[in-house]
Design a protein. Structure first.
Lengths: 292, 326
């Protein structure tokens, strides 16, 4: 193992980690807002990837241009899921925790079934996008361009999110609602509207991630399942509800995954991520940056 | 508790005995192998879900990693039999004990975690075990283990000509899991678990040993789940990591209880009787060629039940019961 291979894999790990952060941040946002974990988050990613694929296949829209469209479509989808399913799940009086988990799990299963039904279980990929398959070399370190652009998109998205939460009216309403949903009603903020917009925003972020992922990853009905667990670990590692935690958690997960792949057979690369998650929560039961 | 409660418990026991007796007679009239197969799976999932319910329903520690114990049971039996010629009955017992010990060893650090941190830890641990088994050459790695058929007998617990022995064993398993739950419900453990589930901090201050009650629930739950796994290995006579330790098993074990009623005595049974035949039938009649219709039906059912009847379907019965006693 030379220094070059180590730097090479850490660099790819960092790029992938930034993408993991982008995949996970919607989950963190929604949890922070209303203490709900969306167990269909991976399936949100899956439909975003399919949307990107079909925009490319039917309208020849490059994933890079499709990204904002997909994010917008996912925004609507996320808000609708809140209004149709989650809104009722959080009202449950009996078994509240279970209801949240299994209503979103059920949704995930339905979405996977619908994807199989309409899109077939075939693996698809976007063959000739602008960036697909291109690499650039910096001092002998090769970086795949789609992942590099994905990482930049991720950094930009986190920057925008930071600005949005801290500087806009809606961001303040979001922050106020997460602190005390009962009190905001008194100042005329509609809690349901804020939650729906929060779900929309969370879904839009994973939509952005899906558009980027579609440039270099296979698209199939179960694709979400492979990334969902990484997203939960990322969010939990950073501390549920912390947007910054998702960013840091993503980078850690990416680097740990790359390092594990150097030391163990590639099929075991996730073991490193899982071990780090367990180690962190055993020492800090609320994750690295979790406050609650 | 009060006489009403004692009466209800006695009635539960009588109802269970009657149902078991009726179930035992069903194969006399149902000769179709396909239907018998569904009945075996239904009973197995009733037993598994009942076991899951002890830790997740009664004690409130939601596990989505029970596939680990199911897989450990299946692998212990299969490995002991194929590598050392140990009879499956000992493998079953051994698998149960190993799982109970591992459940407590894992519980030691995990039970300090709360809420989603705990749920995700259970998924992560089961996935890690899955990956390790997929890479463990001695245990057949990803290809798994083919359990050679010696001869049809109760000694080797292998039956190629008829599914009936499996049916009766699954029935016994479901009865044992039900009875253990029934018995624990009224023991000090049952009260501790409900206290831990409702409010762990208050339970602690009232002198309930929260940590020990969770460990007890984990051990019982894991033991029974592993016995189910051993049974499954004998039933299908071929196992591989994905098919006995995959995440879908963790979910499949939880769903009957979710559907029927989490933390209730009858929930897992009711849920399994509805869910398993429904899944199997949709799969074979409209779900052909992997088109996912079974998933759509299944998922929709779960969403609707958890939204419309969070207390599960048993709630329908108990409400009527309350009105009747009024």
């Amino acid at each position: 193992m030379t220094a070059e291979t180590i730097i090479q894999s850490l660099a790819s790990g960092l790029l992938m980690g930034l993408l993991y952060g982008l995949i996970a941040v919607g989950l963190a946002l929604i949890f922070g807002l209303m203490d709900v974990v969306n167990f269909a988050h991976g399936e949100f990613l899956m439909i975003a990837m399919y949307a990107t694929f079909f925009l490319f296949a039917f309208f020849a829209i490059d994933p890079l241009l499709a990204a904002p469209l997909v994010a917008a479509a996912l925004f609507v989808f996320g808000a609708v899921v809140y209004l149709l399913v989650v809104r009722f799940a959080v009202r449950a009086k009996a078994n509240a925790g279970m209801v949240q988990i299994f209503s979103t799990f059920g949704l995930a299963i339905v979405m996977r079934g619908l994807a199989q039904f309409f899109f077939t279980p075939d693996y698809r990929s976007i063959a000739h996008s602008w960036l697909g398959g291109k690499t650039i070399s910096i001092h002998g370190i090769f970086l795949p361009v789609p992942q590099l652009v994905g990482a930049l998109v991720s950094i930009a998205a986190f920057g925008a999110l930071y600005f949005f939460i801290n500087r806009t009216d809606f961001g303040r309403a979001l922050e106020a609602t997460r602190e005390d949903a009962g009190a905001v009603a008194l100042v005329g903020i509609d809690k349901n509207k804020v939650f729906a917009l929060g779900w929309g925003l969370g879904a839009a972020l994973v939509g952005l991630a899906g558009a980027v992922m579609a440039m270099f990853f296979y698209i199939y009905p179960d694709v979400g399942a492979s990334f969902a667990l990484i997203a939960y670990v990322t969010v939990a590692l950073g501390g549920f509800g912390s947007v910054f935690g998702a960013f840091a958690g993503g980078i850690i997960v990416g680097l740990v995954e790359a390092s594990t792949a150097l030391l163990l057979p590639p099929s075991l690369k996730s073991v490193g991520i899982y071990a780090v998650y367990l180690l962190v929560v055993f020492i800090r039961p609320r994750g690295l940056f979790g406050s609650i | 508790m009060d006489t009403n409660f004692a009466q209800r418990r006695r009635r539960d026991l009588i109802v269970a005995a009657c149902l078991a007796a009726i179930a035992a007679l069903v194969p006399l009239f149902v000769k179709d192998v396909y239907v018998q197969n569904i009945m075996v799976l239904t009973l197995m999932y009733a037993a598994l879900s009942q076991s899951w319910n002890i830790l997740s329903g009664y004690c409130g520690q939601i596990s989505l990693g029970h596939a680990l114990y199911f897989g450990l049971g299946a692998y212990t039996t299969a490995l002991l039999f194929t590598k050392f010629g140990v009879l499956p009955w000992f493998g079953m017992l051994g698998g149960g004990l190993i799982s109970a010990i591992i459940a407590m060893a894992l519980g030691y650090p995990c039970f300090r975690l709360r809420g989603h941190y705990f749920v995700i830890a259970t998924i992560v641990i089961a996935e890690t075990a899955l990956l390790l088994f997929q890479n463990w050459d001695w245990a057949g790695a990803a290809l798994g283990i083919d359990i050679p058929v010696r001869h049809d007998s109760w000694l080797t617990f292998q039956f190629t000509r008829s599914k009936l022995p499996y049916f009766y064993f699954a029935l016994v398993l479901a009865c044992i899991a039900w009875f253990v739950t029934w018995w624990l419900e009224d023991s000090k453990w049952g009260y501790w678990w409900r206290a831990v589930k409702d409010n762990p901090d208050a339970a602690e201050s009232l002198g309930v040993v929260v940590f020990n009650s969770k460990m007890g629930a984990a051990a019982v739950s894991a033991f029974l789940t592993a016995v189910g796994g051993s049974f499954y290995a004998q039933f299908v006579s071929y196992i591989d990591p994905e098919s006995v330790m995959g995440f879908q098993f963790s979910l499949l074990m939880a769903l009957p209880a979710v559907l029927g009623g989490i933390g209730t005595l009858w929930g897992p049974v009711l849920g399994a009787v509805i869910l398993i035949p429904l899944t199997e039938l949709t799969r074979s009649f409209i779900g052909g060629s992997g088109r996912g219709v079974d998933l759509i039906v299944y998922g929709t059912l779960i969403v609707l039940i958890s939204l419309a009847r969070p207390e599960g379907l048993v709630g329908l019965f108990s409400r009527r019961r309350k009105e009747a006693t009024r």
